[in-house]
Design a protein around this ligand. Structure first.
Ligand SMILES: Cc1cc2nc3c(=O)[nH]c(=O)nc-3n(C[C@H](O)[C@H](O)[C@H](O)COP(=O)(O)O)c2cc1C
Length: 187
């Protein structure tokens, strides 16, 4: 079984990237295969609603998105972490979400995969809950099964995440809840 982690930040090795690493470490220790997608350095153009994916599964844009969609399709569980930008998810992540439309149009290929979310802000209450909600909306519209941290909504952290023990606990709980649910569904 496979868990895919997405860091929605353009900072490689930044706070979101490190949270995803922590989540994937947990999944790996539990015996899952893991794969990380970092949006840092990726090239993803905005969807132009050209309609090509009504016919073809692969988008005609020659960028990183067809590769990313293949990785998402290979997952049993997906954890997504976004920086809070002006109270919501990063533009890079929203652009990526929009470009997963071919997966929806070709038979809901993310349907019944388990999804979980995390958000990192510069402030303690900078919009993390709304950011998580925005990620959950994408998951619901893709037909995924959405989980939180078993208590609240998901991983909620403040930078610098490595010294945010309270935030780290929520991301660890979220990663474990994701793994628990994938295991439960496969048994
Ligand atoms: C354009 C921009 C908008 C931001 N808006 C918010 C915000 O509304 N609330 C908040 O708590 N932090 C805000 N921040 C801080 C980022 O959330 C924080 O730097 C980021 O989560 C760090 O993650 P990273 O190291 O993975 O990039 C903003 C940062 C940028 C660049």
């Amino acid at each position: 079984m496979k868990i895919v982690g997405i860091s929605g930040s353009s900072s490689s090795g930044g706070n979101n990237s490190r949270l995803i690493d922590r989540s994937l470490d947990i999944a790996k220790k539990r015996g899952f295969t893991v794969e990380k997608i970092s949006l840092a350095g990726t090239s993803i153009s905005p969807c132009t609603d050209c309609g090509a994916c009504r016919e073809e599964k692969y988008c005609p844009f020659d960028d990183d998105m067809n590769r990313i969609n293949d990785i998402l399709e290979s997952a049993d569980g997906i954890i997504v972490s976004s920086p809070v930008y002006f109270g919501t998810l990063s533009g890079q992540l929203k652009t990526m979400f929009d470009r997963t439309l071919p997966l929806r149009r070709h038979g809901f290929l993310l349907k019944d995969k388990v999804g979980a979310a995390a958000a990192v802000g510069g402030s303690r209450n900078g919009g993390q809950e709304y950011t998580i909600w925005s990620i959950h909306i994408w998951m619901h519209i893709q037909g995924m099964i959405v989980v939180g941290d078993g208590n609240h909504f998901g991983g909620i952290a403040q930078k610098d995440v490595d010294s945010d023990n309270e935030g780290i606990k929520t991301i660890e709980d979220t990663a474990n809840k994701l793994c628990d649910t994938v295991e439960m569904l496969s048994s």
